[in-house]
Design a binder for this molecule. Structure first.
Ligand code: F6R
Length: 244
């Protein structure tokens, strides 16, 4: 893993956007794996600003999101479909038919997971996968204990993950209990992985990632098996880590 150190959230976001924009320019029909959550929002803002100022073209780009809650309509303010609309898709020229997110309201979620997995393969796999990290080390919604060999699947969200995400909902009980997520195998097949981490709440998980063993108990440790994984972490996220 290659570690890039940022002073703060804004710098992390700028560094990540620069890497992504350069990859889009080098390969206009790139397949981007995208994440939701608080972490990539600043990077998405940078992409929007760059698209407006410099006209970076996304018309041939394909995007595949990591995950979606099961049971939330696309229009639900907390669906990841809606998140992507509001934080990125409304503002840059990715063609609608080239934006892919698992369907959280499919009648048969297992069949949807299988369809999504095939879709990612049909697109030729992911060129650049953006990831955040959960406080328990999850990537996508692959919770501790998930086999590294698993592909797109249905998960029971850990209580800690539902509590961490409850900040977006009116109350904890509204946080869905299940989600569809790409598996760790899909993530590891990406040609380049970019994991972003900012703030003191990620300090424990970044320490474990940088200094701990490779173990299915800590899903993000799978990135150590990848030959082209870049971590961009800010000073607060690195505060418990030896390497600074
Ligand atoms: C989001 C995702 C999750 C988040 C993680 C961190 O699509 O797959 O793994 O990246 O939960 O969330 P934030 O960025 O909100 O701290």
């Amino acid at each position: 893993m290659n570690l890039l150190i940022a002073d703060n959230y804004d710098e992390m976001s700028r560094m990540a956007a620069e890497i992504l924009i350069n990859e889009v320019k080098a390969n206009p029909s790139i397949v981007l794996g995208l994440a939701t959550g608080s972490t990539p929002v600043g990077m998405y803002k940078q992409l929007i600003q760059d698209h407006r100022s410099n006209g970076t073209d996304y018309s041939q780009v394909q995007t595949v999101n990591l995950d979606e809650y099961i049971g939330l309509e696309k229009t639900d303010p907390n669906s990841y479909f809606r998140f992507m609309q509001e934080n990125l898709f409304k503002f840059i020229n990715i063609a609608e038919e080239k934006r892919h997110i698992p369907n959280g309201t499919a009648v048969d979620p297992h069949a949807e997971a299988e369809r999504y997995d095939h879709l990612v393969q049909q697109l030729g796999g992911i060129d650049l996968q953006v990831l955040g990290i959960g406080q328990n080390g999850h990537i996508g919604f692959n919770e501790p204990g998930t086999p590294f060999s698993i592909r797109t699947h249905i998960v029971n969200l850990a209580d800690s993950t539902r509590r961490a995400n409850a900040r977006f909902f009116d109350k904890f009980e509204q946080v869905p209990e299940h989600a569809i997520t790409m598996g760790i195998a899909n993530i590891l097949e990406s040609r380049h992985i970019l994991l972003l981490a900012s703030g003191a709440s990620k300090a424990d998980s970044i320490k474990r990632l940088m200094e701990g063993d490779i173990s299915e108990i800590f899903p993000a440790s799978a990135l150590k098996l990848h030959k082209n994984a870049t971590i961009i972490a800010d000073q607060q996220a690195l505060q418990l880590t030896q390497i600074k």
